[in-house]
Design a binder for this molecule. Sequence first.
Ligand SMILES: O=C(O)CCC(=O)C(=O)O
Ligand SMILES: [Mn+2]
Length: 171
Amino acid sequence: MAALIDEVCWTQRSIRIYGREVLQPRLLCWVGDPEARYRYSGGDYEPEPWTPTLSGIRERIESVTGSRFNSVLCNRYRGGDDAMGWHSDDEPELGAQPVIASLSLGVTRAMKFRPRKGFVEGRTGELPLAHGDLLVMAGDTQHHYQHAIARSRRITTERINLTFRQVMSRT
Ligand SMILES: O=C(O)CCC(=O)C(=O)O
Ligand SMILES: [Mn+2]
């Protein structure tokens, strides 16, 4: 985690919500092979080059999952105020049934899940993601569910999450 904090070029991006520019409540960096361009939350991302630590982690995750990944979205939650809103990883560049491998480091945060259709308020699934946990989302997960990392008052320390993806080039 210390190596990632040091090596990765962390930036805070803004997104457009109802016509307003709002800073995203986390730091991020999009890293990948040169062809892995990606649209995410309204922004167009040119990938940064792989760092030694990220390359090593990619190799291990590819061997554990048996899937290939040409990019990784690095998210850094500085404390409990940093969060990620409800979404699915359903950008067209990822294909219909993407395999997304998500490695968590640092303080445990809860990932919430809810169905995209037929959601009943207050009924969300929750998966605590602890240091070293690898969550693999595949098949129809993005088609049927949204996920989010909620704010948490009690949390004061950092978490890094790396979501490895295979992005198809648009050429
Ligand atoms: O921080 C996490 O565990 C989730 C990150 C995420 O959903 C994403 O990058 O799309
Ligand atoms: Mn996601």
